[in-house]
Design a protein around this ligand. Structure first.
Ligand SMILES: [Zn+2]
Length: 393
């Protein structure tokens, strides 16, 4: 029988030394006894999840951690989200992320239109589809401010700014640029007229909330195809994540990616439900990829103490129960732990440093010794993450 493999990802856990923690990183300052006990019986090395020249997005980084080289396979963020949402792309389609945003006084006031509710957003998307949609140009409603536009023969090369990167800045300086920029700009402009006096926005303004003044298109790309995981590794299995992006990669790889009730992508997430689903896949198919989003969100908030709490939760409520269950089953297993990228609290966005990968094989009996698990240099050159993960599968 093949060894069971559990990959446990703490999104954005990597960080820099922090004055709040006397010069320690979050991973060094957090109480993570289970991860450190695994480090004592396992091995550790730094891996590069973001190939040189690519953006340190969770899409690129997680693609690496599934064992796929992003330089060869990545086509854009939107096509992965489309897969996660079950939107099928044709060979000529270009998928775009379509945010509902608030622009005020010519500036990007809010990339999320005040975290607009899904119900309100659905109404607005219906109006956009009615007024601007046509054969070959279709809006797909998603969750809150995150939606998709599928545009047949759409402009694949236009340079478009992610709206969360330009908060507070003048949008004129970040307008679509390059090939076919005018077409994208015209569509975004047309959405202003559709949304301006829409009842949803009228109600939001009356209630003192941010209106969705227009759509913002970005992250576009053509359909992405991945060689099936099963074909590469002879394994089926499942992906457990609150995030469509990560579930999308899993689906593109041919893995199962169920929605888990109560999985929120924050500290209030349903850890026990996620662990139960992962163990089900491990016992049935021998493979599970469990992604935990909370540390990344805390990094974006710039809150080291909350991030430490998120890492401690990862250790106590994800790592510990998965390890204990695999050990108790007595069947050979391997546990791998890694962040997908750094989200340093001081920077509040993703950075591209190599991340620490830890892996340990069992059953060996639970160790009592501890070894460090952190970002420090192990004096070896960082290995490409996709090839390091391939070697573990
Ligand atoms: Zn991430």
């Amino acid at each position: 029988m093949k060894k069971r493999v559990a990959i446990l990802i703490g999104d954005g856990m990597g960080d820099y030394p922090l004055p709040e923690f006397g010069g320690k990183t979050v991973l060094q300052a957090a109480r993570m006894p289970n991860t450190r006990r695994l480090a004592a019986i396992g091995r550790r090395r730094r891996i590069r999840t973001v190939p040189p020249g690519m953006n340190p997005g969770s899409d690129v980084a997680n693609l690496s951690l599934f064992g796929y080289d992003p330089a060869e396979n990545y086509t854009g963020r939107a096509p992965i989200e489309a897969a996660g949402a079950g939107v099928v792309l044709g060979p000529e389609d270009i998928a775009f992320r379509c945010n509902l945003v608030t622009i005020a006084d010519g500036r990007m006031a809010d990339y999320s239109a005040g975290h607009i509710t899904t119900e309100e957003a659905r109404e607005l998307l219906r109006a956009l589809e009615e007024r601007l949609g046509r054969e070959g140009l279709r809006f797909h409603a998603g969750v809150s401010y995150r939606h998709l536009l599928v545009w047949r023969h759409g402009p694949a090369e236009t340079r478009l700014a992610p709206p969360h990167d330009i908060t507070g800045r003048p949008v004129a300086a970040h307008a679509p640029a390059g090939a076919r920029a005018a077409e994208v700009a015209a569509l975004m402009e047309a959405s202003r007229a559709v949304l301006r006096d829409h009842p949803v926005n009228v109600r939001r303004v009356a209630a003192g909330r941010a209106p969705a003044t227009q759509i913002w298109l970005w992250g576009q790309g053509k359909r992405m195809t991945l060689r099936p995981f099963q074909e590469l590794y002879g394994r089926a299995g499942g992906v457990i994540s609150a995030v469509d992006l990560v579930r999308g990669i899993g689906r593109l790889a041919g893995l199962e990616a169920p929605r888990i009730a109560g999985a929120t992508g924050f500290l209030d997430t349903n850890c026990e439900g996620k662990v139960a689903a992962a163990l089900e896949f491990l016992r049935r198919d021998g493979f599970a990829y469990l992604h935990y989003e909370a540390p990344d969100e805390c990094g974006h908030l710039g809150d080291p103490r909350l991030k430490r709490e998120a890492c401690e939760m990862f250790d106590a409520r994800i790592v510990a129960p998965v390890w204990l269950a695999l050990e108790a089953d007595g069947i050979p297993y391997r546990i791998a732990i890694a962040p997908d990228h750094f989200t340093p609290c001081s920077v509040r966005t993703h950075t591209s440093e190599p991340v620490p990968l830890l892996w340990a094989d069992g059953p060996t009996g639970l160790s009592s010794g501890e070894a460090p698990y952190d970002e420090t240099d192990d004096r070896t050159e960082a290995q490409a993450a996709w090839s390091a993960i391939r070697a573990l599968l």
